[in-house]
Design a protein around this ligand. Structure first.
Ligand code: FNR
Length: 188
């Protein structure tokens, strides 16, 4: 059976290196895993309980939640902003956390950060893990992926990761994620 995995992108910009990492995942995923992108988080309004009460959840949030619910696993692909989680990504998670039927509760989650710095967004990963504790998500511990100096590992023309060691690392992590999903998922 094919595992359905969806990617949530933490960067909003057109030329995002993290978007290029996410775009590479279907090429390096194990044969039993289908990887598809979630809709952009760019148009989600800033969380405001008044919007929720007066207009209900934004359609963008409902669409995101629905696709996460249908997926066997979620991969969060994101840059690090100021040693932490980008505001847009945190905002999307904040909205998702208010839904009555929480899409992230018990969901297998994989974190991938990439940045132009050598540490590859490591500090963001631990803040993101802390947020996901409250959401009761099942975040895989190891192996980790921190794509350092990512600008040297991609081909701007194709918009994909071309560095072979990085591709192998990403593929290996997705294979481990497939095993992790099998171990922690409780199918209805
Ligand atoms: C950054 N960048 C960055 N890099 C890093 O390694 N640690 C950090 O704390 C930060 N902080 C930070 C804050 C803000 C507001 C911006 C805009 C950028 C640099 C970041 O890694 C770089 O811009 C990446 O290219 C962003 O990822 P995308 O958009 O290419 O996916």
């Amino acid at each position: 059976e094919t595992l359905k995995v969806v990617t949530l992108l933490g960067s909003l910009r057109k030329g995002s290196f993290n978007a290029m990492v996410a775009r590479t995942l279907p090429q390096v995923a194990p044969s039993n895993m289908a990887v598809n992108p979630l809709p952009s988080i760019a148009d989600i309004p800033l969380y405001n309980a008044d919007i929720q009460e007066e207009q209900g959840f934004p359609a963008t949030v409902n669409a995101l939640a629905e696709q996460i619910r249908l997926a066997d696993g979620l991969v969060i692909v994101t840059p690090e902003y100021n040693y932490s989680v980008p505001g847009g990504l945190k905002n999307a998670i904040d909205w998702l956390s208010r839904l009555p039927d929480q899409p992230l509760a018990g969901k297998p989650v994989l974190i991938q950060t990439s940045s132009m710095g050598v540490i590859g967004g490591a500090r963001c990963q631990y803040h993101l893990r802390q947020i996901l504790v409250f959401l009761d998500a099942m975040v895989m511990n190891k192996p980790e992926f921190m794509g350092g100096v990512i600008q040297n590992k991609i081909d701007p023309e194709s918009g994909e990761v071309i560095d072979q060691a990085t591709r192998d690392h990403l593929g290996g992590q997705l294979t481990a994620f497939a095993d992790y999903i099998a171990r922690v998922s409780i199918k209805a």
